[in-house]
Design a protein around this ligand. Structure first.
Ligand code: MG
Length: 233
């Protein structure tokens, strides 16, 4: 049984929705608190949904409360489904090489998600590009507000699915933001960073490999290479 686990980020890594997530958040804050402007002053890049709720609430002078987060989440999901349905096909972008990379990872080990999206939101986005089925487990934004914690939960689920100890797993995170890189490092995972999101190559320094997109031969080679095969420094 393979001991390799792959955790894919969604936004900017697998796909981009050109604002469907952001406009759905704005609509949720508008519905619940009458403040569509709550999230206009910060980037969502690499953030978990709950962390976005927290910053948005703070921006409009409200404390974070579970009931606030729940109301926002329910509204967000309704708007997200509508926005994704109404989006022009040209606004829903699957990033280059992603299909081949996922297929390759399936031949190497367990393939899951490591995303700040709540699970229901992740499913809506990936169903839009017919890519929900390849991911049988993951760590999600409703598992933890902290990215490192949700990645660790995803890794544990992958290990459980494979029937192996988490400590024996070679975990690789595929993401597009400095937050993916830092969270991967925090759980002892390697990180393949892609430049298909909004982050510069410099900001991704610290990743084990940075590539323009997953079509790069170096990316596919890296995905194929277990941690134990790396040269010792
Ligand atoms: Mg991302």
């Amino acid at each position: 049984m393979s001991d390799r686990i792959f955790l894919f980020d969604i936004d900017g890594t697998i796909m981009s929705t050109h604002g469907a997530g952001r406009s759905s958040m704005a609509a949720a804050f508008s519905d619940v608190f009458g403040r569509a402007d709550a999230c206009t002053h910060f980037s969502f890049s690499g953030m978990t949904d709950v962390a976005i709720f927290r910053l948005g609430l703070a921006a409009i002078g409200l404390p974070f409360k579970n009931e606030h987060a729940h109301s926002l989440l329910m509204s967000y999901l309704v708007h997200l489904e509508k926005e994704l349905h109404q989006a022009a096909p040209s606004d829903i972008v699957l990033h280059p090489g992603i299909g081949e990379a996922i297929a390759m990872c399936h031949r190497e080990g367990a393939v899951g998600l490591g995303t700040g999206n709540v699970k229901a939101g992740a499913k809506l986005k990936l169903q839009r590009v017919a890519l929900w089925e390849p991911f049988s487990f993951g760590g999600f934004g409703d598992d933890s507000e902290l990215r490192a914690e949700l990645l660790e939960i995803g890794a544990q689920r992958g290990a459980q699915q494979r029937g192996i100890a988490r400590s024996a797993c070679d975990v690789m995170v595929i993401g597009d933001t400095p937050k993916d890189v830092a969270a991967a490092q925090a759980i002892g995972a390697r990180c393949l960073a892609v430049e298909t999101g909004h982050c510069s190559r410099d900001s991704l320094a610290g990743a084990d490999l940075i590539v323009e997109d997953l079509q790069a031969p170096a990316a596919l080679q890296f995905l194929l290479t277990p941690a134990s095969a790396r040269p010792k420094i």
